[in-house]
Design a protein around this ligand. Structure first.
Ligand code: UDP
Ligand code: MG
Length: 324
């Protein structure tokens, strides 16, 4: 590709007045540098998405758009949450760009790898994941919970890239494919791999948030993790069925044991029948819940209305027909 790339950098912002000036300064510098090197075109933009902030965030974005032609702004009517704000931003700009990079406003993710991401896009990748090398700058708690989260997702059969958050480049056609996922519970880092186009990773060291505070307190983090699992996996439902089967097996063993005890005369009246029914009913109930769960799981997959396929290429030499 010879032409410079039309790049949009999409930055969701919620109450980020403390970081916006510095973030925009560093991003502008990078953007101008990439333009000077002929990597990105002059129509490239840094697009801040104000996610219904209560502070001066929008006023700052508005001012920045007036001062710099490279900066664009989107204001959401109310706080929609990080994933929705990001998705809203990406969907709004997807027809204006060749590719878009999503990144947090606090510059925890190193913007110096952006040129490398763009280069990977030029080399033919549709999705480029920013992956954290080290997590030394995160607190011990955040680090261990994050590792546990990725492991759990893996066990649940959800394909996500280890140590990748939402710092990611997506080509216009990958965004187009993403737009075909009409689900409401967004978990973008799980959805991007579902798009299936060629992807690659770039690695960077994660910094500390330089100002302001995290918008992901423990409660939000846990609910995000739970959302990720329940939006992508029916494994928890399957676990109920497996548990049901296990209890049924135990019921059979208990039945044999109880009968042996009874005929050996080691039991009180009523004990054998009680034991057998408790285990038996428990197992049947769990199995039944699991079975209903299987149908709920099917329903859940249906209501998501995810695309059944995404076409990467269609080769059809129509001119040949006329020659026959
Ligand atoms: N964010 C948002 N809406 C929200 C919460 C957060 O747009 O409701 C943005 C926030 O401004 C930041 C990004 O999402 O750009 C990630 O948030 P943060 O850095 O606080 O999360 P952490 O890095 O601590 O996980
Ligand atoms: Mg952050």
């Amino acid at each position: 590709m010879d032409k410079p790339v039309k790049l949009y950098i999409v930055v969701p912002c919620y109450n980020e007045e403390a970081v916006l000036n510095e973030t925009s300064r560093q991003m502008l510098e990078l953007m101008r540098d990439m333009r000077a090197r002929g990597l990105v075109s002059s129509q490239s933009r840094i697009c801040f998405v104000d996610d219904g902030s209560k502070d001066d965030t929008w006023r700052i974005i508005d001012r920045l758009t007036k001062e710099h032609s490279e900066i664009a702004g989107i204001k959401l009517a109310c706080n929609a949450g990080h994933q929705n704000a990001l998705f809203g931003g990406l969907m709004t700009i997807r027809h204006d760009c060749d590719c878009a990079i999503s990144i947090d406003a606090d510059l925890q993710d190193d913007i110096r790898v952006i040129p490398e991401m763009v280069q990977n896009f030029i080399d033919g990748c549709d999705v480029v994941y920013g992956v954290r090398n080290r997590r030394d700058t995160d607190t011990f708690f955040k680090r261990t919970t994050a590792v546990a989260f990725y492991k759990l997702m893996h066990i649940m059969g959800v394909k996500i890239v280890f140590n990748h958050a939402d710092y990611r480049l997506m080509s216009a056609r990958a965004l187009e494919a993403l737009s075909q996922f009409p689900e409401r519970n967004l978990f973008l880092r799980g959805m991007a791999p579902l798009v299936g186009y060629k992807s690659s990773c770039v690695y960077y060291d994660r910094n500390e948030r330089f100002a302001g505070e995290s918008k992901y307190p423990l409660k939000k983090m846990l609910s995000f993790a739970f959302d990720g699992i329940t939006s992508f996996s029916v494994t928890p439902i399957r676990l109920i069925s497996s548990l049901g089967a296990l209890v049924c097996i135990i019921a059979v063993i208990m039945a044999i044991y109880t009968l042996v005890e009874k005929f050996c005369g080691n039991t009180d009246a009523g004990w054998a029948s009680m034991m057998m029914s408790i285990w038996f009913i428990g197992g049947v109930q769990l199995l039944s819940v699991g079975l209903i769960g299987e149908y709920v799981g099917k329903l859940y997959k249906e209501v998501k209305r995810r695309p059944r396929f995404i076409i990467e290429a269609y080769v059809n030499n129509k001119e040949d027909d006329q020659n026959v």
